[in-house]
Design a protein around this ligand. Structure first.
Ligand code: GRF
Length: 207
């Protein structure tokens, strides 16, 4: 599979702190990394993710949900903004909005999400709380393609961490987050290198 001449154009969607965004931005600065973030879009004006984008010299765009009549209209504006910047891949990083079919169709097979559990266990809100309540001994991080469900799309990569008896949501979250920060830039690189193929639910990464 041939390497692209131009870096893959990535758009990051983030609603909050943006530590995964930061990991991606940091990776983009390493020589030879085959992708770059061309825009960060948030539904929250004060998202720290937007500050991180600005600090990295990347366009930071706030789309105010109140400016749009419904989710569909918001997502159409989102798609327009991404297409105007010729975004080839989107990376959702702590993006808290449920996606409408309009977005999913426009970015089918070109939108990634990171979730802090070993999916399909513990999708949705409070995955660490769910994991601790269930008593699992291992948890982790998942990077997957998005589809119309919540955390249900084809899985590209996972990394596991132990769950300790004295873990709290915060200590488990910190251990998992370190894996998210490692995994997400790797997956984006594999996609930019043209090594990732999807057949139904099964994702293959060529060596
Ligand atoms: C991460 O744990 C991500 O997996 C989850 O929300 C958190 C976002 O963290 N969806 P950050 O905004 O990337 O720091």
């Amino acid at each position: 599979m041939s390497r692209r001449l131009e870096p893959l154009r990535v758009g990051v969607l983030a609603s909050g702190r943006g530590s995964n965004l930061q990991a991606i931005l940091d990776a983009c600065r390493t020589p030879g990394y085959p992708a770059r973030v061309v825009v960060v879009i948030s539904d929250r004006e004060r998202a720290a993710a937007l500050d991180r984008a600005r600090a990295a010299g990347v366009e930071a765009l706030w789309l105010n949900p109140k400016d749009f009549g419904d989710r569909e209209a918001f997502d159409l504006a989102l798609v327009r903004a991404l297409e105007a910047r010729r975004v080839e891949l989107t990376a959702h990083a702590g993006y808290m909005r449920i996606l409408s079919p309009a977005y999913i169709q426009a970015f089918a097979g070109r939108a990634l999400n990171v979730h802090p559990s070993l999916l399909p266990a513990f999708p949705g809100l409070h995955p660490h709380r769910q994991a601790l309540a269930h008593g699992v001994k291992v948890s982790g991080a998942t990077v997957h393609f998005t589809d119309e469900g919540v955390d249900t799309g084809p899985i590209v990569a996972q990394a596991s961490v132990p769950v300790h008896d004295d873990d709290t949501e915060d200590t488990l979250a910190a251990r998992v987050l370190a894996e998210e920060h490692r995994l997400y830039p790797d997956v984006i690189r594999w996609i930019a290198e043209g090594r990732v193929s999807v057949r139904g639910r099964i994702v293959t990464v060529a060596p």
